[in-house]
Structures are given as structure tokens and as C-alpha cells.
Design a protein around this ligand. Structure first.
Ligand code: GDG
Length: 453
């Protein structure tokens, strides 16, 4: 059996969120356990003279970490990936800070990763590239003579054509994507938007596209979680979970868990909670909103601005509504171990997942997996999260509509048990079928099918 070679911006084991972090590692766990594999990516180290790649093993996976120079780290990671592609793909044109030099650094970083990979690659390896940091990688590898199957999965949304066209180098990126054998998206609407931006492919039969002198496949693979493991995890006794429950007493818990990122819609969510308290004096003192928001990409200025904005908004709500024995909003800027998060989800009556745009959103799926079947909580979910396609039992809201979020909060808190159970059951069935293992295996078999023996 040939190896699976995974390439992602970060290698596993560098989570900064307390606990074992690394959503992608969780997603790929089952696939990696089944076959010999190699995982290569940035080690997290920045050095003027990068040392040779670091190596370690985790079960059947060899992990190779490559360091970046400060110039590449700034131009490629902080600027092109996180201050241009991330906001653009999340429809935040006003936050895009395009500079040609950053695109040059992005290409250079992809060359750098490709060079490290060339030293490792074997002829029968299957390569799976992840996410927006590495769009040009297949093109770079093909130019170096690599003929192995190469698949690509985009974890974030693919923007509408008129948004994507604002990126001066959009055409180059699209052309680079044609060098993969399979390009995978979270939802059909992402896939359709990608096909739309291509303009007029020479041929388009089903999901196959012929363009730029290449033939490649597109597909939809909604990422999932290890649902049964997460459900079991959530049901385990938890010291932190018990402390939270004791602290809540009879109060109902609403929970949000998000990287502190402007795509996650936190200011609107906090405003909606304020609106809910304003309109529902009876609920004051009877509900507690816990927002866990570990700091992310603190080196990017827009993220620092968001943090200041939220500090102010949380302070205003607590200043206005808090009592001597009740803090309406607990806003925590640090990460927790996964087991603690699972225990917190399980004790929540409401899960708040209200991103302005999100490729999928795994928190929504984790919240569903963690619920007690006989007394489940209610998920409030943005229609602009990829997860909304599958989770039809959630209360769906438009995250730009603060009144609608406030209404949904009231409805969720007051929802009778039988409705909560039937909504949760529908969602639990979906997340139990569309698991992480299913996602990875569907992608890999579609990739294998692009090269019939
Ligand atoms: C990208 C796409 C897509 C969060 N806080 C803590 C913690 N987390 C974990 C969550 C979840 C993961 O991080 C976040 O995943 P999301 O899917 O919600 O969001 P992104 O990080 O933006 O991921 C997204 C995903 O890729 C996968 O394709 O769904 O749309 O944007 O697992 O639980 N984990 C721990 N402590 C925390 O405090 N341990």
C-alpha cells in the first residue's frame, strides 16, 4: 500500500488552544491510522537560517516540520494567507490588504514546502493538500516532475465570482487549482462558485473539468467529527463540568466556542444576547452565556481590533445587567482541553454558532454530538456556515440579523422537551453518518478514482 502524504500549513501537535487542539488532526485520525503516512507542514518555527526539518512519529505517521524565515512567515502566513485570502474567502473585502510582494512570498513559501517534500516523496505516494495556504502546491510539484495523484481540500468557503475577482491574482490561483487531480469543497455551493469563476471550461461532464490543458475532478466532501468518540467523551465525568454545573445552579447555559476570528460573528452574537436580555427581563438572572474565544492570529492587526471591540461589548453587557450574584456573560479568552469543552457543551441548553461565513464549523457538530439524548440542548446556527446544509434540526438564523438571533435565543430557551429531542435526533443522525472517517475515506476514494488502474 502506497503512503498517504498529507500537506497542511501546520503539522499536528502544535495546538495553542489548551488540550490537543488541531481540528485537522482529529479529522484525519482514522484515515492516518489505516495506512502508512507522512504529514509535512510548517513546524511553527521561524528562523533566519531555518534548521533541517524536524521529524517525529505518531503511530503509523511520520511527521516532518519545516521552519520558515521571518520574511516568509510575514509575507506568506500573516499577510497573503491571513490578511488577504482569509478575509476575501470570507466575504470581507474591506479587510483585504493586497500587496504584490506578499503574493511573491506566498509562491516562495509553496516552493519551499515543495522542496522539503521532494526529499521525502516516493513514486506510489498519494498526496493530499489542505487549505488556502497551499493552493499553488500542485502546480509547483508538477513543474518539478511529480506525477503522483494529488488531491486538494478547501476547508473554508469558496467566494462568489465577483468577490474573488477582486483579488488581482485570482486567475493564477484558479489555474493553479487545475493541477490537482481532485479539488474538494465543503458544500455544493462552494463547488458551484469555483466552477463559475472558471468561466467556460472547455469540457464539463458531471464533476469533471477540462481546462488550462488539464483534466481534473471536483467534488463535495463535508467534513465531520469522530461523533461516537466525542459523545462518549462528553458523557464522561468531568471535574470542570461539575464545577460549571454547580456554579450555574438552576440557570440555563448558552455556550459559544470559537477562535477569536472576525468570521465567527462574535460582535453580532454578543449584541443579540444584550438585545435578548433587554427584551426579556424575566430571563435576567436565569440564563448564563459562556463565550470561550481563544486568541488566534494575534500578530494580525484586524484580530487585535476585534479583541478590543469584544472586550468593550462584553463589559457593557455586564455593566448594564449584572447583579451582585449574577454575571450575564462570561467571556474567556483562553482555550480548554477537549474533554472540558465536551463537558461544557453537554451542560448547555443552547449552542450559539453564528458565523458570518464558515466553511463548515465543527463546533456545531461537536455541540450536537455532546448532548444528552434525553434532555438535549438546542443549536442556533448561521445559515452561512457549511454545517447548515446538513443540520436541519438547528434553529437557523441570518447572523446579520441581531433581532433574529435574539428571537432564536428565546425560542431555544423556552423550547419544549419533545421538540428539542426531535430536532436533536435529526442532527445527531446526520453527524453520526457524515463522520470524519467518512469524509476522509470518501475524499481518498474519489481521488483514487481519478486514476483508474
Ligand atoms: C476551519 C474552517 C472548518 C476551539 N476552541 C477550543 C478548541 N476549539 C476547536 C473546536 C473545533 C475547532 O477548534 C474549530 O473548528 P471550526 O470548524 O469551528 O473552525 P476553524 O478553526 O475556523 O476551521 C471551518 C474547519 O476548518 C474544518 O474543515 O469547519 O469552517 O474555518 O474542533 O472544538 N479546542 C480546544 N480548546 C478550545 O478552547 N481543545
Amino acid at each position: 500500500m502506497g503512503r498517504l502524504v498529507v500537506i497542511s500549513n501546520r503539522i499536528p501537535g502544535h495546538g495553542t488552544r489548551g488540550g490537543n487542539g488541531g481540528g485537522l488532526a482529529v479529522g484525519l485520525n482514522a484515515a492516518l491510522a489505516k495506512r502508512p503516512s507522512l504529514w509535512l507542514g510548517w513546524s511553527g518555527e521561524v528562523a533566519e537560517t531555518p534548521p533541517p526539518p524536524e521529524r517525529r512519529h505518531s503511530r503509523r505517521t511520520e511527521i516532518v516540520g519545516v521552519a520558515l524565515t521571518p520574511a516568509l512567515h510575514a509575507g506568506f502566513y500573516a499577510n497573503f494567507a491571513n490578511s488577504i485570502l482569509w478575509p476575501l474567502f470570507h466575504y470581507r473585502l474591506g479587510l483585504v490588504e493586497y500587496r504584490r510582494a506578499d503574493y511573491a512570498a506566498y509562491l516562495e513559501a509553496n516552493e519551499w514546502i515543495a522542496s522539503a517534500l521532494m526529499n521525502e516523496l516516493r513514486p506510489d505516494d498519494t498526496i493530499w493538500v489542505h487549505d488556502y495556504h497551499l493552493i499553488p502546491l500542485a502546480k509547483v510539484l508538477r513543474a518539478r516532475g511529480v506525477t503522483n495523484p494529488i488531491g486538494y481540500f478547501l476547508h473554508i468557503p469558496f467566494p462568489a465570482t465577483e468577490v474573488f475577482r477582486c483579488l488581482p491574482v485570482y486567475r493564477e490561483l484558479v489555474e493553479a487549482m487545475a493541477h490537482y487531480d481532485l479539488v474538494g469543497f465543503q458544500t455544493e455551493s462552494d463547488r458551484i462558485q469555483f466552477v463559475d469563476v472558471l468561466g467556460a471550461p472547455e469540457k464539463r461532464a458531471g464533476d469533471t473539468i477540462e481546462m488550462f490543458g488539464r483534466v481534473f475532478q471536483t467534488g463535495v466532501f463535508p467534513i465531520g467529527i469522530d461523533t461516537s468518540a466525542f459523545a462518549a467523551f462528553a458523557a464522561k465525568p468531568s471535574v470542570d463540568g461539575e464545577r460549571l454545573a454547580a456554579n450555574l445552579g438552576d440557570r440555563k447555559l448558552a455556550i459559544g466556542v470559537d477562535r477569536l476570528d472576525y468570521s465567527k460573528g462574535l460582535p453580532n452574537r454578543v449584541a443579540a444576547y444584550g438585545e435578548f436580555l433587554e427584551r426579556n427581563p424575566d430571563w435576567r438572572g436565569k440564563v448564563q452565556y459562556l463565550q470561550i474565544a481563544p486568541i488566534s492570529r494575534g500578530e494580525v492587526s484586524n484580530y487585535r481590533a476585534l479583541r478590543r471591540e469584544l472586550d468593550g461589548a462584553a463589559g457593557r453587557i455586564n455593566g448594564k445587567y449584572a447583579d451582585f450574584d449574577w454575571t450575564p456573560l462570561r467571556y474567556v479568552n483562553r482555550g480548554f482541553p477537549r474533554g472540558t469543552l465536551a463537558a461544557f457543551y453537554r451542560r448547555a441548553r443552547v449552542g450559539l454558532v453564528t458565523p458570518l461565513r464558515d466553511g463548515m464549523n465543527l463546533v456545531a457538530k461537536e455541540f450536537v454530538a455532546a448532548q444528552p439524548p434525553d434532555d438535549p440542548g438546542v443549536l442556533i446556527l448561521s445559515e452561512f456556515a457549511g454545517a447548515a446544509v446538513e443540520l436541519s434540526g438547528a434553529l437557523t438564523i441570518n447572523p446579520y440579523d441581531i433581532d433574529a438571533i435574539a428571537d432564536a435565543l428565546q425560542r431555544a430557551l423556552e423550547m419544549p422537551l419533545d421538540e428539542r429531542v426531535s430536532r436533536w435526533r435529526a442532527d445527531f443522525d446526520v453527524v453520526s453518518t457524515n463522520t470524519a472517517a467518512f469524509w476522509a475515506e470518501s475524499f481518498l476514494s474519489a481521488l483514487a478514482a481519478t486514476r483508474p488502474a
